[in-house]
Design a protein around this ligand. Structure first.
Ligand code: ZN
Length: 266
């Protein structure tokens, strides 16, 4: 699938690989992107969680050159999906600057979400759709990382990011062993153990994100998050790894290009 890479800034800059901006109007989004650009953020991947937010992601991708999009159905929607959801998702995936299927996954941590027995078929079906389209997936996984990594392997998924990784070292090991990548959010600024984990991940498997509007890093913890603050998370990880900001920016930009913009070659 051809993706336009020309607008990704060649100057070292940050990429926010996961944000939810579908609640913003176009003029609000324009302001948020200008603020991000001023903070050294050149691109934002906006993620959907259901069909309605996927439609908005598609529109935002078309309207804003700095926006890339992931469309998909997460483990959260409690309502039954419409009968034509697969066809609708298939056409959304063909939208301009849509670079991934996501966020999709399994969540065993929240009793308000549908039971795993209902999450699983929707997740597995989307893994098949991603494999057929040769698209990477953006994964949401809470308490199920090893199982999600295994399912990805079983479905022939070669490119995946576990977004907002907060798991333990065994979970990280399962993800890396599957050949997949992890993305860290602002939580690294208030969890020392997670920051240490982010400092140890192989640099070619590392991404960062805001998960806006959630998870603002310190000193904005508890406030509404915005993509500009991915720079704070990036600075914290660069410092913990003992490398220059520009080196981490370059590595993440390289990871982004490789993971999202090159077909897996199978
Ligand atoms: Zn998310």
């Amino acid at each position: 699938m051809g993706v336009d890479v020309s607008l990704i800034d060649p100057v070292p800059s940050w990429i926010d690989c996961h944000a939810h901006l579908d609640a913003l109007s176009d003029s609000e989004l324009a302001d948020v992107l200008a603020e991000a650009s001023a903070a050294g953020v050149s691109a934002v991947c906006v993620a959907a969680t259901d069909l309605a937010s996927s439609e908005i992601v598609l529109r935002q991708c078309a309207a804003f050159p700095a926006v890339r999009g992931a469309v998909g159905i997460g483990p959260f929607p409690a309502d039954p999906l419409p009968g034509d959801w697969e066809a609708r998702l298939g056409s959304l995936l063909r939208g301009a600057r849509v670079i991934a299927l996501g966020e999709i996954g399994l969540d065993e941590s929240n009793p308000k979400y549908p039971p795993i027995s209902r999450q699983l078929p929707v997740f597995e079906r989307q893994l098949e759709i991603a494999r057929q389209a040769d698209l990477p997936v953006i994964l949401h996984s809470r308490g199920a990382e090893a199982r999600v990594a295994l399912l990805c392997r079983e479905h022939g998924i070669r490119r995946a990011i576990f977004h907002c990784f907060t798991g333990d070292s065994a979970s990280l090991e399962a993800i890396l062993a599957g050949g997949y990548s992890v993305s860290f959010s602002g939580i690294v600024t208030f969890s020392r153990s997670l920051l240490e984990r982010a400092a140890e991940v192989p640099i070619d498997r590392l991404f960062i994100e805001t998960d806006s509007p959630f998870l603002s890093p310190v000193p904005f913890r508890g406030k509404i998050n915005r993509p500009c603050r991915v720079a704070i998370t990036g600075e914290a990880i660069a410092k913990a790894r003992g490398i220059a900001t520009e080196a981490l920016q370059a590595a993440i930009a390289d990871n982004f290009r490789r993971l999202f913009m090159e077909p897996s070659g199978t």
